[in-house]
Design a protein around this ligand. Structure first.
Ligand code: HEM
Length: 481
């Protein structure tokens, strides 16, 4: 009898376990009958974050993607990143799907680390809502008429930058200089700060902020995440003081309503006639300074690197830029038409952005359960698109490691394959601004110098932007004026 009860109990336990397993399994699959993309979710909590981040630290972020594309599927695989269940969409069709389904099936998502470093100041709204407001406001600042005006200002700052940081030097370290360059331009165009000492005061905390942004969100003294939060608080305080002063200057007629993005933000109301709170403005300027600073400086650094390695490409860029330089009167600033003539230089810059995209990709969140390529993607899952899944894929770019700016001639790469600025409604709003500052930088660089790398095989680290490990020291050979 006892045996009977024990057997009954065992059967009961077995049935319950099977039902639980079935329920759990069904839940895991998300959609009735659908199967999740192939892949592995790695360790509890951290998932595959360490593999994801460490391939970048070793300079090969594409390895994480390509290893899994080869092992599981070339279109989509499952993983777990930064504490979240995630699917990585690969290739041009993955990019097309995500960029075309923005706010329908997917929406932008940032890792917890980003939300904590950029907590929304207005208690009523999330950083997501704030980003939507910002998105609506930016076109005014980045519209073509505005951009046309920026070329001369950028040229003016660029001349000062080269005079202060490069001229009369035998050797320079490029990455810190490129950061100073893009930051100086941003400070001038966003905040009308032109004094290099004032710019320098901001610059250091920005470095800490950028490197802690995409990190494991552990807020303990010494972690990159902790340092990023501290830096973000410091910068916001500084920005807040600048905003308060600007309000006074605008009221007293000492500042102009159109002089920079700060005036633009202070004087633009939303559909309900409401103006933005000072702390919100500080957050938004902070976001723009981050978005526009390290990305473009990474691009400028890799331009210097590739031009040092490829003398024939350097000669092509110099020829184009010297023709433009020779068409100008002494001291005359570059204008919009000059930049439109820099076609070869921009093809070279695009090839650099293909091989060393400053942003490796971005996250989305599934708004509902949906099917993709026969696999089910459950609501709430995070989805990652990766620039490298097309940029370094021979299916889209034959001989992907070869530096070949002619890929961008004519109609250029196929749609959704060249995506350094993303695509669809969330495509980088600073794309044109970045194009201008990169081209103005190239103009002054090749006009003044030829150079050689001082560390021939300098390692590349991607954290989260790609940079040469020692900052790219180069020896300069100035051209005769
Ligand atoms: C070479 C330079 C740059 C590159 C490669 C770059 C790339 C990108 C990428 C890939 C995205 C994400 C798109 C997505 O979520 O799918 C993005 C977003 C963004 N970028 Fe850029 N960017 C650059 C320069 C700039 C500049 C100069 C600014 C501002 C002046 C800027 C402001 C922004 C902003 C505000 C967003 C967020 C847009 C949104 O969420 O709707 N970026 N950028």
């Amino acid at each position: 009898m006892e045996l009977f009860y024990v057997s009954l109990l065992c059967l009961f336990v077995l049935l319950v376990s099977l039902s639980l397993h079935f329920l759990f399994y069904k839940n895991k699959s998300g959609l009735a009958g659908g199967i999740l993309p192939p892949g592995r979710t790695g360790w509890p909590v951290v998932g595959e974050s360490l593999e994801f981040l460490s391939t970048g630290w070793k300079g090969h972020p594409e390895k994480f993607i390509f290893d899994r594309m080869a092992k599981y599927s070339s279109t989509v695989f499952r993983t777990s990143l930064l504490g979240e269940k995630a699917a990585v969409f690969c290739g041009a069709s993955g990019n097309k799907f995500l960029f075309s389904n923005e706010n329908k099936l997917v929406q932008a998502w940032w890792p917890a680390s980003v939300d904590k470093v950029f907590p929304s100041s207005s208690a009523a709204s999330s950083s997501k809502e704030e980003a939507i407001k910002m998105r609506k406001m930016l076109p005014g600042f980045f519209k073509p008429e505005a951009l046309k005006q920026y070329v001369g200002i950028m040229d003016h700052i660029t001349r000062r930058h080269f005079a202060a940081g490069w001229d009369n030097k035998d050797e320079v370290v490029v990455f810190p200089l490129a950061k100073r360059y893009t930051f100086w331009i941003a400070c001038r165009l966003f905040l009308s700060i032109e004094d290099p000492n004032h710019v320098a005061k901001f610059a250091d905390p920005f470095d800490l902020l950028a490197s802690g942004l995409i990190s494991v969100p552990i807020d303990l003294p010494g972690t990159p995440f902790h340092r990023a939060i501290k830096a973000s608080n410091f910068i916001r305080k500084e920005l807040h003081a600048i905003i308060k002063q600007r309000k006074i200057d605008l009221a007293e007629g000492k500042a102009s309503p159109t002089q920079d993005i700060l005036s633009h933000m202070l004087l633009t109301s939303d559909e309900d006639g409401k103006f933005m709170a000072e702390l919100d403005i500080a957050d938004k300027i902070l976001g723009l300074l981050i978005g526009g600073h390290d990305t473009a400086s990474s691009a400028c650094t890799f331009i210097v690197k590739y031009l040092a390695e490829l003398p024939e490409i350097y000669e092509g860029v110099r020829k184009e830029q010297m023709e433009i330089a020779n068409s100008k009167a002494p001291g005359e600033l570059l204008d919009w038409d000059d930049v439109q003539k820099m076609k070869y230089s921009w093809n070279v810059a695009c090839e650099v952005l293909r091989l060393a995209p400053p942003l490796q990709g971005a996250f989305r969140e599934a708004l509902a359960d949906f099917m993709y390529n026969g696999f089910s993607i459950p609501k709430g899952w995070k989805i990652y698109w990766s620039a490298n899944s097309t940029h370094r894929n021979e299916k889209f770019f034959p001989e992907p490691l070869k530096f070949d700016p002619s890929r961008f001639e004519g109609t250029g790469p196929a749609p959704y394959t060249f995506v350094p600025f993303g695509g669809g409604p969330r495509m980088c709003p600073g794309k044109e601004y970045a194009r201008l500052e990169i081209l103005v930088f190239m103009h002054h660089l090749v006009r003044r110098f030829k150079w050689e790398k001082m560390i021939p095989d300098e390692k590349i680290v991607v954290n989260p932007m790609p940079i040469p490990a020692k900052g790219l020291p180069v020896r300069l050979f100035p051209h005769k004026a």
